[in-house]
Design a protein around this ligand. Structure first.
Ligand SMILES: [Zn+2]
Length: 263
């Protein structure tokens, strides 16, 4: 890359006045200066390539995060469905227990009635009749409980089916989000490699400032100027700064948002 100055002998003109050392020093400095400037300008170009990969990294990482959120949402639906089903099953267990207790009570009353009738007394017959009235009432209650149990069994089946469907949806989401995550991770790996290559073309000082700004504005640390405004934050820039930015000779940042500015 380094261009050497042609010496007077290379011109093949021995009679030509030799350039003094000050001239050579100044000329070399100018060339070196131009070289540094063009290196910086090329660095800025490469930095845009770095940022292109960083933008992709941001997008792919968002995809990974979204896939995780989607899967968690499906899992939450399954958990809610399972909790609801358990609630309905508990209601059914309670109704069945009530019915079982009632049956026990009815059996107890039945044998009591038989005992009273066996006494063969008027008092016993009277008491037996009273108990039979109780039994009738409890049998009606029992029938009502059976109807409630049957209805509740229907509810349990309904929620079981709902949970089955939610589990199917979860399985499908596991497959879809797993595929999305794998694709995104492959893209992240590729972009990371390419970014590394592009970053190697950027002068370390510029890259280090960029990395710092990129942590604050992921994928959006380097921006153009639009007239006298920063395209990153729309903040106004003074004309001195925009002139320096257009020259592309040094690291210049927006005083508002701290982004690195380019023409
Ligand atoms: Zn700005």
């Amino acid at each position: 890359m380094t261009k050497t100055l042609p010496t007077s002998t290379e011109h093949g003109n021995e009679n030509r006045t030799r350039k003094g050392p000050v001239f050579i020093w100044t000329a070399r400095l100018k060339i070196r200066y131009k070289q540094i400037m063009s290196e910086f300008s090329a660095s800025l170009d490469s930095l845009w390539a770095v940022q292109k990969h960083d933008k992709q990294l941001v997008r792919e990482r968002e995809r990974v995060a979204k896939a995780a959120r989607d899967l968690a949402a499906e899992q939450a639906k399954v958990d809610a469905g399972a909790a609801k089903l358990e609630q309905e099953r508990e209601k059914l267990r309670l109704l069945k227990k009530q019915h079982k207790d009632l049956e026990g009570e009815l059996q107890r009353l039945d044998s009591r009635v038989k005992q009273l009738e066996a006494q063969g007394t008027e008092k016993g017959t009277e008491a037996a009749a009273k108990q039979r009235a109780n039994i009738d009432e409890m049998e009606t209650e029992g029938l009502d409980l059976l109807a409630q149990i049957s209805a509740q069994e229907g509810e349990v089946e309904k929620f079981q089916e709902a949970l089955r469907l939610r589990n199917e949806a979860l399985l499908a989401a596991t497959r879809t989000t797993g595929e999305q995550t794998r694709t995104a991770e492959e893209a992240i790996e590729k972009a990371t490699g390419e970014r590394h290559g592009a970053a190697g073309q950027v002068v370390p000082e510029l890259l280090s400032v960029y990395d710092e700004v990129n942590a604050r504005h992921p994928g959006n640390a380097l921006c153009h100027i639009e007239g006298e405004f920063c395209a990153g934050c729309q903040g106004a820039l003074n004309s001195q700064l925009t002139m320096q930015v257009r020259a592309r000779r040094e690291i210049l940042r927006c005083p508002n948002c701290a982004r690195i500015l380019d023409a």
